[in-house]
Design a protein around this ligand. Structure first.
Ligand code: NI
Length: 226
């Protein structure tokens, strides 16, 4: 399932992150790519250990921890600290799959990449090209979101970033190990949670609301590792 989460960051927060990224040292993105991806990857990244990247990554993690849609959709167990990439003219990232396991820099911990996330940091009108194209069973989804919006998609997907033909595309990207490994189960839980919240707003006193909430939690108990 692809999930578009709007306005994860305010425009002020986007501006702050963009200003700080100007001060960072950017490196060749191929440094962190696996053997196959190195052949198709052409972008720049802030290195994992860079203090500016770490500070901004922590800021994004703090925002996500309090974000109800992110929590409901991802059911996060562990999150790789957000990284930052940049595509300028003609840069792109060809078709690839993300590695299944990512180390968390500077720790002995690893994250299984159940979900991939891209948080857009450049307004779509400020660059041409640069769409994130995600191949799923319904065909390719072409994603280009407002600055501050995020897309979550299954880590199993083949995807690529189209060449940027004008301007610069900045984004944050990271991975999530979910308490619920299976995408189809996570999708059903997200749909059920949204339906219960809708009923809770419209008919909060109906006794079925509590029964449905119980059903949600009993399914989560069956499927989740915490
Ligand atoms: Ni990727």
């Amino acid at each position: 399932m692809l999930i578009h989460i709007p306005k994860v960051l305010t425009l002020e927060q986007v501006a702050q992150i963009r200003a700080e990224l100007e001060k960072a040292d950017w490196a060749d993105g191929r440094n962190t790519a696996g053997y196959l991806a190195q052949r198709v990857k052409d972008n720049n990244q802030v290195p994992d250990a860079h203090p500016v990247g770490r500070k901004l990554g922590d800021m994004i993690l703090t925002i996500l921890e309090k974000h109800p849609t992110f929590t409901s959709a991802a059911l996060p167990l562990k999150v790789v600290p957000p990284l930052f990439n940049r595509y300028t003219e003609k840069q792109n990232y060809g078709r690839h799959v993300d590695g299944a396991i990512r180390p968390i820099f500077g720790t002995p911990h690893r994250v299984r990449t159940d979900l991939s996330a891209t948080l857009f940091l450049t307004a779509p009108e400020d660059y041409d090209g640069g769409e994130l194209v995600i191949e799923d069973t319904f065909g390719p989804g072409r994603i280009k979101l407002p600055a501050g919006d995020m897309v979550l998609y299954p880590g199993t997907s083949v995807h690529h970033v189209e060449p940027v033909t004008r301007g610069t595309r900045l984004a944050s990207f990271f991975w999530i190990q979910s308490m619920v490994r299976e995408d189809s189960q996570r999708t059903m839980l997200f749909d059920l949670d949204n339906a219960i919240q809708g009923l809770g707003r419209d008919v909060p006193d109906h006794p079925s609301v509590v029964k449905l909430a119980g059903l949600y939690h009993n399914l989560l108990r069956q499927w989740a590792d915490a």
